[in-house]
Each structure stands twice: as structure tokens, then as C-alpha cells.
Write a protein that binds this ligand. Sequence first.
Ligand SMILES: Cc1cc2nc3c(=O)[nH]c(=O)nc-3n(C[C@H](O)[C@H](O)[C@H](O)COP(=O)(O)O)c2cc1C
Length: 199
Amino acid sequence: MAKVLVITGTVSPIEKSYSIALTKSFVKAYIASHPDDELIELDLNTAPMASKTLTRTNQTEYWNEQDAMEYINQLKEVQKVIISSPMNNFNVSGLIKNYLDHILLANQTFSYKYSKKGDAIGLLDHLKVQILTTQGAPFGWYPFGDHTAFLKGTWEFVGAKVCEPILFAGTKVAPIMQMSPDEAVATIADKITKAAKDF
Ligand SMILES: Cc1cc2nc3c(=O)[nH]c(=O)nc-3n(C[C@H](O)[C@H](O)[C@H](O)COP(=O)(O)O)c2cc1C
């Protein structure tokens, strides 16, 4: 029985959120094919650490027990992570960025100690990760902003095996903008079901 951490990081109202609809659809399909697994939900809106930005004044206490170690330990105790993020200003949401800033801690989730020059060693190599992303524009409109690739590279940096991300792009353009999040996500139901089964 695997423990699966489901991280969501949108600031949109739940019922209007495409990334939440995508996550719910993936989780539903996942449970159907992995009925014995335990799912742990982490909505970053409810985690105070995800609202804390690293600054000069909080640097010394930023990676404290409650804000950082608790979440790093959580990652060490689960086998899989499903993480969803919308694109906000060409990147992941601030909630997701603050979460990553807390868990990307040297000698806890990665290490330079025993590596060849310049290469880091990921310490979360037990993890399998599924990335679920959304963005208002079709893919490629902003070549300088690829939050999906950023997330993939970041999880690979800590040693995780990252499955092919699912990006739901173009939520702000027709025809998707005329659909509810559930209707929109239903258009890629087969892709979601297959990815969830294989995860
Ligand atoms: C503050 C904010 C910034 C956004 N920035 C971008 C952006 O840079 N590029 C883009 O394509 N869409 C952008 N969007 C649109 C969202 O990515 C899009 O609506 C997405 O579906 C939101 O996912 P959600 O419904 O889960 O919040 C932005 C939305 C918000 C609220």
C-alpha cells in the first residue's frame, strides 16, 4: 500500500479552478486503479509555510521544524507525490514556490557532498511524482515561462522519478474558456485515466 501526497497550489476558488478539477479527475482515476493506497491532501492555502516568502529578515529561521522539517519528513514518508499548479505570471503559483523554497534544503532533500563537481545528488530518490499543470494561454505562447518544465526539473533535482506531466493549457481561450473546469478536463479524460493507471 503506497502513501500518496496530493499537493494543490491554486488561489482560485475551488469550484472555478481548472487545476483542482484536473487533480480531482486524476485522483478519482488513481483510486479506481489503486484502491488500497492512502491519499494525503495538502492544499497549500491551508499551510502557513506556503504564505511565507524567504527574505533577508527571516532567513535564519526560515527552515524551522514546523515550516520546513515537517514537510520534508512528510516527503520522506510517502512514496508518491501528485502536485498541481496553475501558471501565475509565467511561473508556478507563489504558494508552490514558497513550498519548494522550504523543502529544497541541502543535506535533507539534496546534497553536494558526495557528488562530482557541480552535480547535486537527490535525496528523495524513493519518490515517484506526477505533475498536473494548467495555464491560461496555449502552450508555447510564452517560451520564457514554462512552469511545467520548471517543476519537472526541480523534482528530478531532488532525485524523484517524474512521470510525463499533464499540462492543461489554454483555459483562457476558446473553446475551453466557455466550459466549466469539470467539462474542460473531461475533454482529456482518456489521457488522465491512462496516466493515473500507470502512476
Ligand atoms: C494571478 C494570475 C496570473 C496568471 N498568469 C498567467 C500567465 O502568466 N500565463 C498564462 O497563460 N495564464 C496565466 N494566468 C491564467 C491561469 O494560468 C489560468 O486561468 C489557469 O487555468 C488557472 O488555474 P486554476 O484555475 O487552477 O487557478 C494567470 C492567472 C492568475 C490568477
